[in-house]
Unconditional design. Structure first.
Length: 247
């Protein structure tokens, strides 16, 4: 199978995850770019931010049209993560690639375990400004350092910390993810990382299309089934990346 075909398939899978669950797209993008398309870990995390921005904005438009975005809560949450995302994005260029791989594997395992959980975060009517700022800053740092959108962290945080209803949590998380990824990418602008656009652009194109298909898939398949499926995939990815980094 040629690298171009692999890029098209991998992009579609990542896009479907983002469109169906509002999470998981970038967690799948980084290992796909590394192990299928030959990107270095540094290049993969940077390229992942490009994919996250474009696909998240595309999906955000669809959710906004449906009135499923809480703009004020999302902007508040995103604002807290701007500085950490920029700083972490700049620092990531100084970290050895093996360390980035191990940290990403750990994050993928965390995301997989989270998706395998059947429980849905409980909504709360109280909002703590300190907790909101802390959660937003933490998400921004993760986005900047590892090149992931962090939707699997943003959705439960928006529900439990900012009291965003589940019906609007996915759409609002896309706003947060887009803002953090954009700042993190700007923080990496000075790093001399080569991105193979011949493979990245096809990946990006099918990711965008996959995000739209993911929304339709979510209407036909239960959310629990989708979460378990992607959770199992993420755990397998984490195990493979961890083994590669150790060996």
């Amino acid at each position: 199978m040629t690298p171009l075909v692999l890029a098209l398939i991998a992009g579609a899978v990542a896009g479907v995850s983002l469109g169906a669950l509002g999470a998981g797209g970038s967690i799948l993008t980084v290992p796909a770019l590394i192990y299928l398309l030959g990107f270095t870990p540094a290049a993969a995390t940077t390229a992942s931010l490009v994919v996250v921005i474009v696909t998240s904005v595309t999906a955000l438009v669809a959710h906004a049209r449906a009135g499923a975005v809480r703009w004020r809560a999302g902007l508040l949450f995103a604002a807290a993560g701007v500085l950490p995302a920029a700083v972490a994005g700049a620092l990531s260029a100084r970290v050895p690639e093996a360390v980035l791989t191990v940290l990403f594997a750990a994050l993928a395992a965390l995301a997989g375990l989270h998706m395998l959980r059947r429980r849905t975060p409980l909504e709360t009517g109280t909002v703590s400004g300190t907790r909101a700022a802390g959660a937003g800053a933490g998400l921004g740092a993760v986005t900047g350092f590892l090149g992931v959108g962090g939707g699997f962290l943003a959705v439960p945080a928006l529900v439990t910390v900012l009291a965003v209803p589940m019906s609007a949590a996915v759409g609002t998380s896309l706003l947060v993810v887009s803002a953090n990824a954009l700042v993190a990418l700007a923080g990496r602008a000075h790093s001399a990382v080569h991105l193979d656009l011949g493979l990245l652009l096809p990946f990006l194109a099918t990711a965008v299309l996959g995000a739209w298909d993911g929304r339709r898939l979510a209407a036909k398949v239960s959310a629990g089934t989708l979460r378990r499926l992607f959770g199992a995939v993420l755990l397998a990815v984490a195990a493979a990346m961890g083994a590669t980094a150790v060996l």
